[in-house]
Write a protein that binds this ligand. Sequence first.
Ligand SMILES: CC(C)(COP(=O)(O)OP(=O)(O)OC[C@H]1O[C@@H](n2cnc3c(N)ncnc32)[C@H](O)[C@@H]1OP(=O)(O)O)[C@@H](O)C(=O)NCCC(=O)NCCS
Length: 214
Amino acid sequence: MRTRTEPPGIGEAEGFLPILRADGTLTDVIELTTARLLLRRWRPEDREPLARINADPRVMEFFPAPLSREESDRQIERFERHFDEHGLGMWAVERRDLPGCIGRMGLLLAAFPAPFTPCVEIGWMLAAEHWGLGLATEGAREVLRHGFATLALDEIFSFTAVANARSRRVMEEIGLQHNPADDFDHPNLPEGNPLRRHVLYRSKRQDWLRNSDR
Ligand SMILES: CC(C)(COP(=O)(O)OP(=O)(O)OC[C@H]1O[C@@H](n2cnc3c(N)ncnc32)[C@H](O)[C@@H]1OP(=O)(O)O)[C@@H](O)C(=O)NCCC(=O)NCCS
């Protein structure tokens, strides 16, 4: 059986094994909370708000294309399967002062061909009306804590199109490091696509432990 000290899912995207707790059991964390946010598993009523977010050109500016309702629904199914199979995943985000899903945030296994994959990626997306309030940074800090402290991951990565300044700011705020030598062309985007060039940010657990005040 794989232990938590082995890198998660080396090799095949399909063949990722679950990430385990320090005691060897599959993590059963269902939700995280911060001062203003709840990160929880997906519910049927999240399909409509997530589809709206995935269809908004402002939100999707740095993604290849907005998603259709069907693609968005399938994404939720993939997120749920990812939790069940790997013990980590992309949560639905709720504001604790408002009902309903306002976005997604969490950890995913990335396996596309690149020098740093397979790896665990931290990611986020919020409805545009909730931007600029520090919500992404607040949630991402807690997701990072979960990844390093609860799941004992050795390293967490994040990447985005070079021009995605808002997302890069969140990466920097939570302490991920950017080395321009790591920048890469995303293999899933065709040559000539302006989003193809990506920046890579990363943090090792040891650095997180040293630099954080938790
Ligand atoms: C990226 C995203 C989640 C940020 O959400 P958010 O809740 O507005 O982020 P925060 O408020 O926590 O932090 C944003 C930071 O960026 C800064 N910022 C806002 N607009 C900016 C801009 N145009 N350029 C640079 N920085 C900007 C804010 O000032 C804030 O920094 P500060 O806390 O030091 O003041 C949100 O913009 C989003 O969902 N974008 C679309 C989806 C996406 O691109 N996801 C990432 C894919 S890798």
